[in-house]
Design a protein around this ligand. Structure first.
Ligand SMILES: Cc1cc2nc3c(=O)[nH]c(=O)nc-3n(C[C@H](O)[C@H](O)[C@H](O)COP(=O)(O)O)c2cc1C
Length: 178
């Protein structure tokens, strides 16, 4: 495991989470969602985890072909152990890129694997035009016993610049910022 990620754990939140225990967990293939996850984590503190596929994805055009097939076959790619117990968290920020107009199938595996009953899920994603593409509603369907708050969708290209202000405004709207 990447030690720099482990070292991010349990850091102090800049915003007032009112005693709620936060987790930021994300999947990112080319780094955009990772940047957004880090920007959010810098504000909310708590633990930080990357969802990593057991079988590494191909690159370039192959990635598109492979993931389209994976989606068409309703695949459930496995991910490496995240070393977390969902019981430890109240608020879970869940991030991913748009893939083929939906969540990457590895996120389907993620939602299959954990029980979010009674938790608050706050989705975020990066994309190149689809916005959230209805994925926040999909998450609500997956997790009917969780409270799913309004997510944040940012263009991948916009992650070249600092998005801290946008993140703070969003958290403020959710009633999470000070
Ligand atoms: C296989 C694949 C499929 C994609 N499908 C979509 C899509 O349906 N809609 C969209 O807006 N962007 C789509 N994108 C663009 C990504 O969502 C965008 O580049 C994102 O920021 C990548 O995030 P990452 O750097 O965290 O992996 C796709 C990218 C890839 C690689």
């Amino acid at each position: 495991m990447n030690s720099s990620i482990v070292n991010e754990d349990n850091k102090k939140a800049k915003i007032d989470m009112r005693g709620k225990r936060a987790l930021v967990v994300y999947f990112s293939e080319s780094g955009n969602t990772q940047k957004l996850a880090k920007t959010i984590s810098d504000q909310v503190g708590g633990d930080f985890r990357r969802i990593e596929p057991v079988k590494v994805y191909p690159t370039g055009q192959e990635l598109f072909d492979y993931t389209k097939k994976e989606r068409d076959n309703n695949g459930r790619p496995k991910f490496k152990n995240l070393n977390i117990n969902m019981y430890d968290y109240d608020v879970i920020f869940v991030g991913y890129p748009m893939w083929w107009y939906t969540l990457p199938m590895i996120m389907y595996t993620f939602f299959d694997e954990y029980d979010f009953s009674g938790k608050t899920i706050i989705p975020f994603n990066t994309h190149e035009g689809s916005g959230d593409g209805g994925t926040y509603s999909t998450i609500k369907k997956f997790e009917p016993k969780a409270k799913v708050l309004d997510g944040l969708a940012i263009r991948g290209g916009d992650m070249q610049s600092d998005q801290t202000e946008t993140v703070i405004k969003w958290l403020d709207k959710l009633g999470l910022a000070k």
